[in-house]
Design a protein around this ligand. Structure first.
Ligand SMILES: *Cc1c(COP(=O)(O)O)cnc(C)c1O
Length: 436
C-alpha cells in the first residue's frame, strides 16, 4: 500500500501523490477510458447519482429546521443540466449576476428559491433579480437607498455581514477585514432600522466567511455568530430576522487522506447553538439556509484529458490536451487536484511510480500546470488522465486566452447513459464577436 499523504500539509499543486487508487474516482476508470476513446477530449463529466445522493444527505442533515434550504451557488457549475438536479432535489439557487438569474429562469426557478448575493451590483441586475422575485441580499448599506431609488425596495431584504478582524478567514476568501464583502456590525443595525422605515417587512441575515473550509467547527461558529447577532438586532432595533444564511464554503477533500466535512456534524452543532441562543430569546422559528457550491458538485466532476507529449529538459513534463482554460484552480490558487493515470482502458491505476513529472497544458503561461513534481505511473502518449474534483469552479472558470476553446460537459445519468449537457466551443464561437 502506498503511504497516505499528510492531510495537514498546505494545499498546493506541488508534491508527491500516491500511484494507487487511494482517492476514488466518482466514475469507474474503465468507463472513463471508454468515453475518452469515443468523445473528443478534453471534457468534463459529472455523476448524477453522486450529486443527488449528496444533496439529499445535506437536506436530511438539516431536517430539524423546517424551512432549511440549500441554495446551490450557481457560479460553481452554471450548466442547466446540473442546476435541474438541484431544482428536483428541492434546492434553491444562489445567484450573483444577470446571467445566473437567466439560467434560473431557463429551468423554471423563480421567487424565493433564488437568493441574489452579489457585490458591486449594477441597478439593472437588481432589477432583474427583483423581477424574478429573488431575495435580494445587499452587500452594502449604500445599496439600500440605491435599490430604493433605482429599482424600488422589495418586501423582503437580506444583508450580508462582514465580521471584520474578529475571525480567521482562509486562503481563498482571505481575512474578513481584507475582503470587499458585506456590512460592518454598526452598518447592519442602521440597515435594519432604515429598511424598516422604508417599508421592508421581512428580513434575513447572511455571512460567508470562508471558502473550501474542511473544519466543521468553522460553520458552527458562523451559525453561533449569526444567531447571537440575530438576537442583538432584535433587542436593539426590534427587527425580527426571519432567516439566517450561513453562506457556502464547505470544503472538499482534494487531497487523498483529507476528510470530507460531515454535514451531520455541522447540523448537530448548528442545532445546539440554535437551542442555546435562538430558542431562549423567543426567536424560534428562525429558518437556516446555506449556499454551498463546491461540496455540491466538486467531487462528482472529472476533467478527462489525454497525454499528448513528453518532454525532458531540466525537469520532466507530460503534456495533456486540457489546459488552464478547462480548470484554472491550480494556476490561479496553486490548488491541488489529484491526477489519476488511467492508461488506455483503465488498467494503469495500480501501476508502479515512474517518478515526478509536471503535467502541463499548452498555454503560453508557465503556470498552466495541473501538477508539479507529481509521482505518477509511466504515461504513454494517448493515455487517459482523470483530474479529480473538477465539478465545481472548474469548467465555469474557463476563459479563451490563447484562443483555447472550452470543453464539452457530460452527465453520467443514474440509468448509466451519458448525456451531453453542453457542447464544446468551436472556432466560430470564438470569433463570433468580431465584426464580419
Ligand atoms: C462562491 C460563493 C458561494 C459558494 O462557495 P463554495 O465555496 O463554492 O461553497 C456561496 N455564496 C457566495 C456569496 C459566494 O460568493
Amino acid at each position: 500500500m502506498p503511504a497516505v499523504l499528510d492531510p495537514n500539509s498546505p494545499a498546493s499543486l506541488s508534491g508527491a501523490q500516491d500511484a494507487g487508487p487511494v482517492k476514488p474516482l466518482p466514475i469507474d476508470a474503465a468507463r472513463l477510458c471508454e468515453l475518452a476513446n469515443e468523445l473528443p477530449t478534453p471534457f468534463h463529466i459529472y455523476d448524477e447519482a453522486g450529486i443527488r445522493a449528496n444533496a439529499r444527505r445535506l437536506n436530511a442533515a438539516f431536517d430539524w429546521n423546517p424551512g432549511f434550504r440549500e441554495y446551490f451557488a450557481v457560479k460553481a457549475t452554471p450548466t442547466p443540466g446540473i442546476l435541474e438536479l438541484f431544482r428536483d432535489e428541492g434546492c434553491g439557487m444562489d445567484c450573483s449576476s444577470a446571467a445566473e438569474l437567466m439560467l434560473c429562469d431557463r429551468i423554471g426557478i423563480r421567487g424565493e428559491r433564488i437568493m441574489f448575493t452579489s457585490n458591486n451590483t449594477p441597478a439593472e441586475e437588481y432589477r432583474l433579480a427583483k423581477e424574478a422575485g429573488a431575495v435580494l441580499n445587499l452587500d452594502d448599506l449604500t445599496h439600500l437607498s440605491y435599490v430604493a431609488e433605482r429599482v424600488g425596495l422589495p418586501d423582503t431584504l437580506c444583508f450580508r455581514f462582514n465580521p471584520g478582524p474578529l475571525r480567521g478567514g482562509n486562503a481563498i476568501i482571505g481575512k474578513p477585514e481584507d475582503a470587499k464583502y458585506g456590512f460592518t456590525r454598526e452598518q447592519l443595525f442602521d440597515g435594519y432600522r432604515q429598511a424598516r422605515e422604508l417599508g421592508v417587512t421581512r428580513f434575513g441575515l447572511h455571512a460567508m466567511v470562508a471558502s473550501n473550509e474542511l473544519d466543521p467547527r468553522f460553520f458552527v461558529d458562523t451559525a453561533r455568530m449569526l444567531f447571537a447577532l440575530t438576537v442583538d438586532v432584535y433587542q436593539s432595533t426590534g427587527v425580527r430576522i426571519e432567516f439566517v444564511n450561513l453562506g457556502g464554503g464547505i470544503g472538499i477533500p482534494y487531497r487523498p487522506g483529507e476528510r470530507a466535512v460531515s454535514y451531520e456534524e455541522v447540523s448537530a452543532g448548528t442545532k445546539a447553538a440554535y437551542e442555546e441562543i435562538i430558542t431562549p430569546a423567543g426567536l424560534d422559528p428562525l429558518t437556516v439556509f446555506m449556499e454551498n457550491g463546491r461540496c455540491m458538485t466538486g467531487p462528482y466532476g472529472v476533467l478527462v484529458t489525454k497525454a499528448t507529449h513528453h518532454k525532458e529538459i531540466y525537469k520532466r513534463y507530460v503534456g495533456v490536451d486540457a489546459c488552464m482554460a478547462n480548470l484554472m484552480r491550480p494556476g490561479m490558487y496553486d490548488a491541488y487536484h489529484h491526477v489519476s493515470v488511467l492508461g488506455q482502458r483503465g488498467e494503469k491505476l495500480d501501476a508502479a511510480n515512474a517518478g515526478p513529472v509536471d503535467v502541463v497544458g499548452s498555454l503560453c503561461e508557465n503556470n498552466d500546470k495541473f501538477a508539479i513534481d507529481r509521482d505518477l505511473p509511466a504515461i504513454d502518449r494517448g493515455d487517459v488522465l482523470a483530474i479529480h474534483d473538477a465539478g465545481a469552479h472548474g469548467h465555469s472558470m474557463g476563459f479563451q486566452y490563447n484562443g483555447k476553446l472550452r470543453s464539452a460537459e457530460y452527465l453520467l445519468k443514474e440509468d448509466g447513459s451519458v448525456e451531453q449537457i453542453r457542447r464544446a466551443e468551436t472556432y466560430d464561437d470564438l470569433f463570433a464577436t468580431l465584426p464580419s
